[in-house]
Design a protein around this ligand. Structure first.
Ligand code: HEC
Ligand code: HEC
Length: 420
């Protein structure tokens, strides 16, 4: 087994925590890479003992991963923000269980499934967007209906999932975290977002075609809307002849120019995911705007889009222990800061840690320890529910975090030893 497969095994686990004796997860699903600017600049980050900023980010990280954030119905289904936006990217396989059939990777956000008032009586799924580079890509929603990430996030929780409004400190922590998602590095672009030699000749020819003014666009070019120096978007809403009455909730009857970065992992394309491949998009523009491209120009333009949308390391390659600790570290929240007495957070942190333990690979010689740690987590949850004050419990999560960190390291070591 190669390391990449091992690492992602953890994330391929089912969303609902398995029973203690249940078999370890099989068939790993590759997950997209995780790139947070705070952790990239400070790999030791998320140490709550250091600064309140870090605690805030950790809280946001937890809220993003916890189904409890979205209210009881999502919690029952085990759906969190991270389910649809894994590591800030998008899950092209996601289908909302039990909802009207839509194609994978899209969701009908106006379904009555979570909140009956949200139902608009139509099947109108929209494509799940990537959240990478979110701080540069406002306004939000495919139709650009909201300028504020705070408003958008609160609306996801309340209007779409029927959850309770997040208190201000939680909303602000969540937005803080969302603003931390970065675009993945792409060695085919230079610092001015221009194609370099690594992208190849076809892409270089495609770049010139992308920038060429065209009659069909009223003298503009692809680059007028997808401005390379502005992350290949313009922050504006346009009415393309997409022919479906455009948006249901936007102020303007159109869609916002999406970034062209990261398209490698964000297929299918357009607000409704109607195009499976970048070549289909090029063909559509050519026809819809009578651009008159030759077959080889279409191919060059597609090669350019593929180079712009590429990523050097698209998959989550974190060593197992580090990936596990990204969840176990939530225990630190229980001992610190503003969530001190929030029992919902206590319960949700225990649940996420149990899920991570169950979802990780198993080793017979570590099984007793896994079950003991698991029991300590569920006991902690029970104690927190029963206690009148949580003060006496504060040391326990810290100690448990240390133990789980050791467990993760030992598990990784045992797997490495087995392969030698
Ligand atoms: C069931 C899948 C699903 C879940 C769960 C989900 N989202 Fe989304 N998200 C979507 C879809 C679909 C859209 C596109 C919505 C639209 O354009 O109207 C979207 C759009 C967004 C956007 C706008 C991105 C942009 O560039 O326009 C943000 C921000 C966002 N989601 C954040 C969140 C947060 C935060 C959570 C958890 C509180 C969350 N999402 C949970 C599916 C989901
Ligand atoms: C008038 C502004 C405008 C021009 C000119 C334009 N685009 Fe776009 N582009 C958009 C908008 C708006 C969308 C989103 C459409 C939707 O979601 O329905 C889009 C979507 C796309 C997408 C899909 C991205 C995704 O993640 O879904 C690609 C690829 C793309 N354009 C490439 C091009 C190319 C290549 C050209 C030139 C041939 C071009 N665009 C010209 C505004 C423009």
């Amino acid at each position: 087994m190669k390391r990449a497969t091992l690492v992602v095994a953890l994330f391929g686990a089912s969303f609902v925590a398995a029973a203690p004796g249940s078999p370890a997860p099989t068939a790993p699903v590759p997950r997209p890479a995780r790139l947070l600017r705070t952790l990239a600049h400070d790999p030791g980050g998320y140490n709550p003992e250091r600064t309140s900023v870090v605690t805030d980010l950790l809280l946001g990280d937890f809220l993003f991963h916890s189904p409890s954030t979205l209210g009881p119905k999502a919690q029952k289904l085990g759906i969190s923000c991270n389910t649809c936006h894994p590591n800030g990217a998008t899950d092209p396989r996601f289908v909302l269980p039990g909802d009207r059939p839509t194609h994978p990777g899209s969701v009908d956000v106006t379904t009555g499934m979570f909140r009956s008032e949200a139902e608009n009586g139509r099947v109108d799924p929209v494509n799940i967007p990537s959240l990478r580079g979110l701080r540069f890509t406002g306004p939000y929603g495919h139709d650009g209906r909201m300028a504020s990430l705070h408003d958008f996030s609160q609306s996801v929780v309340v209007n779409e999932f029927g959850g309770a409004p997040l208190p201000w400190n939680e909303l602000s922590a969540l937005v803080h975290y969302l603003n931390d998602f970065d675009f993945l590095p792409n060695g085919k672009l230079d610092e001015k977002s221009r194609i370099n030699a690594a992208a190849g000749k076809a892409a270089a020819r495609g770049e010139a075609l992308f920038e060429k003014p065209r009659k069909g666009f009223g003298g503009q070019s692809c680059a007028s809307c997808h401005v390379p120096s502005r992350f290949f978007r313009d922050g504006a809403i346009h009415r393309l002849p997409v022919g479906d009455g455009a948006s249901k909730h936007g102020f303007e009857d159109g869609f916002e120019t999406p970034t062209l970065l990261g398209t490698l992992e964000s297929a299918p394309y357009f607000h409704d995911g109607r195009f499976a491949a970048l070549g289909d998009v090029v063909a559509w523009f050519d026809t819809a705007y009578a651009l008159g491209l030759t077959p080889s120009e279409r191919a060059d333009l597609t090669a350019y889009l593929e180079a712009v949308g590429a990523a050097d390391s698209p998959l989550d390659q974190r060593p197992l222990a580090q990936a596990l600790d990204a969840t176990f570290v939530y225990l630190e929240l229980l001992a610190s800061g503003s969530v001190k007495d929030d029992r919902r957070v206590w319960a949700a942190v225990s649940a996420l840690c149990v899920e991570a333990l169950d979802g990780a690979p198993r080793r017979p010689d570590l099984e007793e320890r896994r079950l003991r740690d698991r029991k300590r987590l569920t006991d902690l949850d029970e104690k927190a529910r029963a206690a009148t004050t949580l003060d006496a419990l504060r040391e326990e999560p810290k100690e448990l975090h240390r133990e789980l960190t050791r467990y993760g390291a030992d598990l990784q070591g045992a797997i490495a030893a087995e392969r030698r």
